[in-house]
Design a protein around this ligand. Structure first.
Ligand code: ATP
Length: 373
C-alpha cells in the first residue's frame, strides 16, 4: 500500500515543506531534533491541519486542502503509538487491547486477537494491569491496542525512545515481525540510526523541514553525501545477507551480495535472511588483497563515489556485488592510494566490529540476497 504525502506548514521560525512517496513496509522518518518529524506525523494523524497538504494511504485520501478535505483524527483509521504507552492504568492488558477495537467500533475476532497476542508475545500478561508491566511490555500492549482498531496505517513516534538499551533490544524483534507479518504500512519516527537500519524498508531523511532524500534503506544509508545529516560517527551501510552456517568456533557465516561475511554468532537458522549494519568507521580499504591479517572479512569492489568532509576525513562509497559499502577514511589515505571512482579495492571488516544490535531480521524487500548463496 503506497503512502503519498505532501505537507506544507509554517510555525513562527520554522517551515515544513515535505513531499514523499513510499511503498509498503516500514517508512522511517529520520532526522535530527527539530527537523519536523512530529509535525509531519501530526499532519498525517489529523492532529494538525496543514496550511497546504495532501495525504493519501493506498487509495484513501485523508487530506487534500485544495479540495477543502481534511478528515478529523477519528475518521482517519490511524493507529498511533507514542513514546509512552499511554495505557489505561485501571484496565487489564486484555481490556486495554479490546478498548482499541471497541473505540474504533470494530467487532474483530478472537482468532485475530490471539494471533496478535502471540505475535507480540503478550499472552502471559493479559490479566495484569499496566503498573505491573515493564516499559517494553507496555509498548507491546500499546502496539496491540493500536492494531486491533484495524488501522489503515500505524504511526509510531519514537516508540522506543523512553526505553533503556535492554528493553529496546527486547522489543525490536517484535517490530520486525510486525513489519514482516502484517500488511499495514508503518510510519516510524526515529532519530536512532540503529533502529532505522534494522527496521526501515524506506527512509525519508528530513533536515530543517525539508526532505533531503527518500529511498530504500540500503541506498540512503550508504550515500556518502547524506553522512553529515545521518551523523559521521553513525554513518554506515546496511547489507542484506543470508545465514549459511554456524561454525563451531562461535562464528556465523553469511552470504551477502559482495561475498562471505563471518560475524560473531547470531541468532537464526541457515537460510534465514538478515540485515547487517556496517559502520563506515569500521571499514578499512586496501588496493591489494592483504596478506596475513587478523580481519576475517574481505569484500572486493569498486569505488563509486568519494565525498570529502571539512576536516581530515572523507566518505568513500564502494560497490561490492549489489551492495554499497561506506568507508570513512582520511583524505591523506585517499591521496596515498589514488582512490577515485572506478578504482578497484577491497573493504576489510573486522568480525568483532559488528555487534548484535547491528543485526536484524531481513524482510521481503531485500530478496536480492537470494542470489548470493
Ligand atoms: N505547535 C507549535 N507551535 C510552534 N512551533 C512548533 C509547534 N510544534 C512544533 N514547532 C516547531 O517546529 C519545529 C519542528 O518540530 P518537530 O517537533 O516537528 O521536530 P522533530 O523533528 O519531531 O523534533 P524532535 O526529534 O526533537 O521531536 C521546531 O522548531 C518546533 O519548535
Amino acid at each position: 500500500m503506497t503512502l503519498s504525502v505532501s505537507v506544507k506548514h509554517t510555525f513562527e521560525g520554522f517551515t515544513l515543506d515535505a513531499d514523499f512517496k513510499a511503498p509498503a513496509g516500514v517508512t522511517a522518518l529520520f532526522g535530527s531534533s527539530g527537523s519536523g518529524k512530529s509535525t509531519l506525523v501530526n499532519a498525517m494523524a489529523g492532529l494538525l491541519r496543514p496550511d497546504h497538504g495532501r495525504v493519501e494511504v493506498g487509495d484513501r485520501l485523508l487530506c487534500d486542502t485544495d479540495q477543502g478535505l481534511c478528515l478529523p483524527p477519528h475518521k482517519r483509521r490511524v493507529g498511533y503509538v507514542f513514546q509512552e504507552a499511554r495505557l489505561f492504568p485501571h484496565l487489564t492488558v486484555q481490556q486495554n487491547l479490546r478498548y482499541g477495537r471497541w473505540f474504533a467500533g470494530i467487532r474483530g475476532s478472537d482468532t485475530e486477537e490471539r494471533r496478535l497476542v502471540d505475535m507480540l508475545g503478550i499472552g502471559g500478561l493479559l490479566t495484569r494491569r499496566p503498573g505491573a508491566l515493564s516499559g517494553g511490555e507496555k509498548q507491546r500492549v500499546a502496539i496491540g491496542r493500536a492494531l486491533l482498531s484495524h488501522p489503515l496505517i500505524l504511526l509510531m513516534d519514537e516508540p522506543l525512545a523512553a526505553l533503556d538499551e535492554a528493553r529496546k533490544a527486547e522489543i525490536l524483534p517484535y517490530l520486525e515481525r510486525l513489519r514482516d507479518e502484517t500488511a499495514i504500512p508503518i510510519l516510524y519516527v526515529s532519530h536512532s540510526v540503529a533502529e532505522v537500519a534494522r527496521l526501515a524498508t524506506t527512509v525519508v531523511l528530513l533536515d530543517k523541514g525539508k526532505v533531503l532524500k527518500t529511498g530504500p534503506t540500503e541506498e540512503v544509508m550508504s550515500d556518502p553525501a547524506l553522512a553529515p545529516a545521518i551523523g559521521l560517527r553513525e554513518a554506515g551501510s546496511v547489507l542484506s545477507a543470508k545465514i549459511v552456517k554456524h561454525h563451531d568456533d562461535g562464528l556465523t557465516e553469511l552470504a551477502s551480495a559482495g561475498g562471505r561475511l563471518f560475524l560473531p554468532r547470531i541468532g537464526g537458522n541457515p537460510g534465514d535472511r538478515v540485515r547487517v549494519r556496517i559502520h563506515a568507521n569500521d571499514v578499512v580499504l586496501s588496493l591489494d588483497p592483504p596478506g596475513r591479517i587478523s580481519a576475517l572479512n574481505l569484500l572486493p569492489g569498486t569505488v563509486t563515489s568519494i565525498r570529502a568532509g571539512s576536516g581530515p576525513g572523507a566518505m568513500v562509497q564502494m560497490q561490492a556485488g549489489d551492495d554499497q559499502i561506506l568507508a570513512r577514511v582520511t583524505k591523506r589515505s585517499i591521496a596515498a592510494l589514488g582512490l577515485e571512482p572506478g578504482t578497484g579495492c577491497y573493504a576489510i571488516i573486522k568480525s568483532v566490529s559488528v555487534s548484535r544490535a547491528d543485526i536484524g531480521a531481513g524482510d521481503q524487500s531485500i530478496a536480492k540476497s537470494d542470489t548470493t548463496t
